[in-house]
Write a protein that binds this ligand. Structure first.
Ligand SMILES: [Zn+2]
Length: 296
C-alpha cells in the first residue's frame, strides 16, 4: 500500500487488473473509501486499522463496486447519474448494451450469470454525490469531476490541495479506451480525457495495472491512449469499404481477442463498440444484422 499524504492507494489482485481495480482510502475523520475493487483482504485490513464509514463509487461497474458488500454498515454513495441505473438488473443490462444488442431475451439470459454479491454491493448504495463541487472529508478537499465517456456518469475524484486525481478507467492500458456500454460515448471519452489534461495536478492514479503517472507522463500516455480511437475508426472503415456486413465486423475481434468473442458479454461489448464507431464514421447501422452498411 502506497501513501500520498492522507491518501492510501490499495491495490487489487493481479496488479489491479480487471475484474479488480485500485481503491483509495482517505485517512480522515470521515473514514472514506473510494471504490471497492481492491484486494478484499487489504480492504478488510484497512477497515480494522482505520475504519471505513463512507464508501464512494466512481461508477457502477463491478470491477469498482464488487466489494461494497463487505462493509454492510458503511454508508454508500454513487454519482447522481448512475444511482437509478444501479438500482435494477434491467438498468444495468441497458447500461451495458445487453438490451440494445439482444433485447429482453438477452437480458433474461444475462440475469442468470450476475453474481448475487455484486447485486448486494449495488443494493447497499443509498445516496448520491454531486459533480464538480467541493466536498471536505476531514480537511481533505475533494471534487468529483464529471468525466463521462467510459460511462455517462463516470467521475474522477480530484484532491486539489494535494494535486492528486484518481483517473480510474483512463487506465492507459494496451487494451485502449473502453466506452463499449450503451451508456458510453466516444466523443465524451475524448472530451473528458482532454479535460483531465488541464487539471492542476501532478499525480494521476489509474484504476488498473499501470499505476501512478506524473503530469508529464500522463500527457504522453493520454495521447497514445486516445490514438486507439482513430486506429479503430480506420480499421473498421477499411472493413466496411471491403463490403463487410455489421455481423461480419463483429466476428473479427476489433476490441476483444477473436477467441474471447464466444463469451456473450464480450460479444455484446464488441458489437456495441463497433456500432459507436460506425455511427461516428457517418454510416447508417442496420437494425437487421446481415444488411450491408450504407453511407448517410
Ligand atoms: Zn468501468
Amino acid at each position: 500500500m502506497q501513501r500520498i499524504g492522507p491518501i492510501i492507494v490499495v491495490e487489487g489482485p493481479n496488479n489491479s487488473k480487471v475484474p479488480f481495480s485500485r481503491s483509495l482510502y482517505i485517512d480522515c475523520s470521515e473514514k472514506v473509501l473510494i471504490d471497492t475493487g481492491a484486494d478484499p483482504q487489504a480492504l478488510l485490513q484497512i477497515d480494522q486499522e482505520y475504519g471505513i464509514e463512507l464508501i464512494i463509487n466512481t461508477h457502477y461497474h463491478p470491477d469498482h463496486t464488487c466489494h461494497n458488500h463487505l462493509f454492510p454498515n458503511a454508508t454508500k454513495w454513487i454519482n447522481s447519474i448512475e444511482f437509478q441505473t444501479s438500482r435494477t438488473i434491467d438498468g444495468i443490462a441497458r447500461g451495458n448494451g445487453i438490451f440494445q444488442e439482444w433485447g429482453s431475451h438477452g437480458v433474461n439470459l444475462w440475469r442468470k450469470s450476475v453474481p448475487q454479491e455484486w447485486l448486494n454491493s449495488l443494493d447497499g448504495i443509498s445516496d448520491t454525490y454531486e459533480y464538480d463541487v467541493d466536498y471536505s472529508f476531514g480537511d481533505v478537499r475533494t471534487v468529483f469531476l464529471h468525466t463521462p465517456g467510459h460511462t455517462s456518469g463516470f467521475s474522477c475524484p480530484y484532491f486539489p490541495d494535494l494535486g492528486v486525481v484518481y483517473v480510474g478507467d483512463y487506465d492507459m492500458t494496451s487494451f485502449g479506451p473502453w466506452y463499449n456500454g450503451a451508456d458510453g460515448s466516444i466523443d465524451d471519452f475524448i472530451k473528458s480525457g482532454k479535460r483531465l489534461l488541464n487539471i492542476d495536478a501532478d499525480t494521476f492514479i489509474t484504476g488498473h495495472q499501470k499505476g501512478i503517472f506524473t503530469k508529464a507522463e500522463f500527457h504522453v500516455a493520454m495521447e497514445k491512449f486516445l490514438s486507439f480511437i482513430d486506429k479503430r475508426d480506420h480499421l473498421i472503415d477499411d472493413y466496411v469499404q471491403k463490403g463487410f456486413s455489421f455481423e461480419e465486423l463483429t466476428n473479427i475481434g476489433i476490441f476483444y481477442p477473436k477467441k474471447s468473442l464466444t463469451e456473450p458479454i464480450f460479444k455484446t461489448w464488441e458489437r456495441s463498440g463497433i456500432r459507436k464507431h460506425l455511427q461516428r464514421l457517418g454510416y447508417v447501422v442496420p437494425e437487421t444484422n446481415n444488411e450491408l452498411i450504407s453511407t448517410k
